[in-house]
Design a protein. Structure first.
Length: 327
């Protein structure tokens, strides 16, 4: 096992993999690490940093790859703090975040590594899968700035869906103690990226487990997620004025999309017109409602139009829970 103190003399790896976990079975962590060591990167080209966020029992003794990793155990502070610790330690040219119960997907991720080696972008944006990815013919968009991509596309917020140059991340950090922390971090990171390559390679295997943060079905947890998301939307809106015009346009689109998603989740979770009215009035006070009249996507257009009338809001209250149940 390596520690942060004994890696000073290592050559700079291509990618620092920041793996985070809290009370995860050692078998899942091992599978995650195996998916990294199976890549074509030589041991000198990769850095695996495992941040144990205060698990009740340290998994290190049960990990057969202990000599392959830099292991840090800290007091339980949440995912944001764990990732921030990993960022402080990382010395790779690029950084990849991985949740310890997920994995990388072999050939699709190798395609992303090839993009790093030969194109040298600031970021690679890739896709997710919950099953075995099919095919090896990947479609890549031409390099563009993160701002340009955000102006014309919706983005997925999760930080695990990107490989980012460490110097592009710079001093950007996750806000500790909140849920939905990726939704704040990712758009601000994209605005820093001068060259972004977007590929449809399904390079990340997402495993949804009972008891994970994103599978929390308890009402209290869901309402906390809503509250944290609303706070993030407000902070992103407040940050908009600090950017040049084109970046403002990009961030405004993301704020509008997140606000729509927030209202959608309010309806799914509460199915209450009274609660929805309270939340739309709060958004109005923050300058976030009504939603901007923009043709971002077909879904955004019809959703925005329905939110402009009381009858439309009633339609949303009665139809969205049914649509969500059918999924």
């Amino acid at each position: 096992m390596q520690t942060p103190q004994n890696i000073q003399d290592r050559r700079q790896p291509i990618v620092s993999f920041v793996v985070t976990g809290y009370n995860l079975p050692a078998a899942l962590l091992s599978a995650c690490i195996d998916s990294i060591t199976a890549l074509s990167l030589a041991s000198s080209e990769r850095e695996i940093i495992l941040i144990d966020d205060g698990s009740q029992q340290s998994p290190i003794a049960q990990l057969r790859q202990a000599d392959e990793i830099i292991y840090v155990r800290q007091l339980h502070q949440g995912l944001s703090a764990a990732r921030n610790t990993g960022l402080r330690i990382a010395c790779g040219e690029y950084v990849q975040f991985i949740d310890g119960d997920d994995a990388l997907t072999g050939a699709p991720y190798e395609h992303c590594i090839d993009l790093l080696r030969f194109e040298r972008p600031d970021m690679v944006v890739f896709d997710f899968t919950r099953s075995t990815p099919a095919g090896h013919n990947y479609q890549d968009l031409p390099p563009q700035s993160g701002s340009a991509y955000m102006r014309h596309h919706n983005i997925h917020g999760t930080a695990c869906g990107y490989i980012a140059r460490r110097t592009t991340i710079g001093d950007l950090r996750f806000t500790p103690g909140i849920l939905h922390e990726d939704e704040e971090f990712t758009p601000l990171l994209l605005l820093r990226a001068e060259t972004v390559i977007v590929t449809d390679a399904q390079a990340y295997y997402y495993r949804q487990r009972p008891g994970s943060i994103t599978s929390d079905r308890k009402l209290r947890g869901q309402l906390r997620r809503l509250s944290d998301l609303c706070d993030i939307i407000r902070r992103l809106k407040a940050a908009t004025d600090r950017y040049p015009a084109e970046d403002q346009t990009a961030l405004q689109r993301r704020v509008a999309q997140l606000t729509m998603d927030y209202l959608y989740q309010v309806i799914v979770i509460t199915q209450s017109r009274h609660f929805l009215d309270r939340k739309t009035e709060a958004l109005r006070r923050y300058g976030l409602f009504p939603l901007p009249d923009r043709d971002y996507t077909a879904k955004y257009t019809w959703f925005r139009r329905l939110t402009t009338t009381s009858a439309g809001l009633n339609i949303l209250i009665h139809t969205i829970p049914l649509m969500n149940k059918e999924r």
